[in-house]
Design a protein around this ligand. Sequence first.
Ligand SMILES: [Fe+2]
Length: 243
Amino acid sequence: MPSFIFHQLFERESSTYTYLLGDEASKEAVLIDPVLETVGRDLKLLKELGLKLKYIIETHVHADHITGAAELRAQTGAKTVVSAAAKIPCVDIALKDGAELKFGAHVLKARATPGHTNTCMSYLIEDMAFTGDTLLIRGTGRTDFQSGCPETLYKSITETLFALPAQTRIYPAHDYSGLQHSSVGEEMEHNPRVKVGMTKEAFVELMNGLKLAYPKKIAVAVPANQACGIVKKPDGDLLDFDI
Ligand SMILES: [Fe+2]
């Protein structure tokens, strides 16, 4: 069990996991990968638990949903956090590999794990790793847009994430089959794309042959997420969202 308050939250439309981590004593909290449609739920939970949101953290610039970052920042004053590689002007903290984010007595450590996108960061704390779309449960993020690169993804998974202790628990940004978490050891043994024995060449061939349809929201989500989650109509006006 983690030594901090921990909630794994789910958004159904995009099958996204949002994670709430909070420090019991200071009441400081962080959210990883909040989704615009579930900001109301997240704010209610923060209030019920008496937590003060300090950081709103993205694992990467998402293509499948719009981040709740702008709305959460407006409502709480928390700072938004994205990889420096995203070059997003509206973000409060642009992270580099090895950066640390403190909430109360706890520290989240950022590790650059590019490959799904060039903005992917994983976050490590205690025996947990929040891996975004870099490493999914029995899968990986795709590599065919947003500066994706299968060679880079293979390196991030096998050299950075698989170098963590085998019992490290993996908490991904999505799961489409109801699984909630895994571990480094489980993925090294059972992940069909990157388990031990899968060569880089086999991985690259597999990823380049996936031929997936683009995410439904990509045309709206990527520009919105590059603006911290502020959604604009074609005429430049802001869209109103009921949250
Ligand atoms: Fe993604």
